[in-house]
Design a protein around this ligand. Sequence first.
Ligand code: HH2
Length: 257
Amino acid sequence: MGIVNVTPDSFSDGGRFFEHGDAIAHGRRLAEDGADLVDVGGESTRPGAEPVGAEEERRRVIPVVEALAAEGIVVSVDTTKAAVARPALEAGAAVVNDVSAFRVDPELAGLTAAAGATCVLMHMLGEPRTMQDDPRYDDVVAEVAAFLEERLAFAVAEGVPESRVWLDPGIGFGKTSEHNLELLRRLDEIVALGRPVVIGTSRKSFLGRLTGRGEEGRLAGTLATNVMALERGAGVFRVHDVAEVGDALRVARALLR
Ligand code: HH2
C-alpha cells in the first residue's frame, strides 16, 4: 500500500504532494513501483495535528482518487469521515482506511457495507492532537487485540462482510517506542484474529529514536520492521518507499517459503 498525502503538514512528506497534479503523478509512480493499492489522504494524523473540515478534505482528495481510479489503480481513501468517503467511493475508491475504526463517524460502517468496499480498522489511543501525551497500557498487545476484535464485530453488525475487514494495530498512534516494538514483536497475536493485518511503520518517529535519523533517513528502519512484520504474518504494508520495501518483501518472502 503506497502512501499519497495530499496535505501541507504530513510528518514526512507534508507539502510535497499538496497540488493535485503532484499527488496524481506520485500515486501513478507508486503503482508503477509495484504498489497493489494507493492510499490517498487529506488530513494529517501526525501527533499534534489539527483536524481538517470535510469540505477541505474533499477538495484535497477527491480529484486525486478520481484520477488514479480512472487509470485502473486500486485506491484506498484515508479518512474518518463519511462525508469524504462517500464521494471517494463514488469516484472509484475500493478501500476505506479509517484510523478511528468507525468511532469518529459510525455512519462510515454502513456506507462501506453499501458500497461493497473493504475497510481498514486501526487502533488509536485517544485522538491525534493528544495521543502521544503519556500513553499507558497494562498489556498493549492484548488491549489492541481486544479493541480490534470489538471493532471487527461492530463492522460486521453494520453489514460489512468479515472478508472485507482488515485490521491494523496503529503503530505510533498513542504508543511509546516500547509499545510499538512490543506490538511488532507479538504481531502474531493480532494476526490470530484471523483477518489480514495492515502494518504502518514507514518513516515513523520510533525508528528515528532507535537510529538517530530524521524522516528521510529512516528507510533502513522501515525495511527492517516490514520484513519482521511479514515474518510474523502481516499482509499489507503501508509505506512511502514502495520500490524499496517491495524488493525487501520479495526477497524475504522467497526465504520464508
Ligand atoms: N499511519 C498514518 C496514517 N494513516 N493508516 C493506517 N491504516 N495505518 C497507519 O499506520 C497509518 C495510517 C500516518 O502516516 P502518514 O500518512 O505518513 O502521515 P500523516 O498522518 O502525517 O499524513
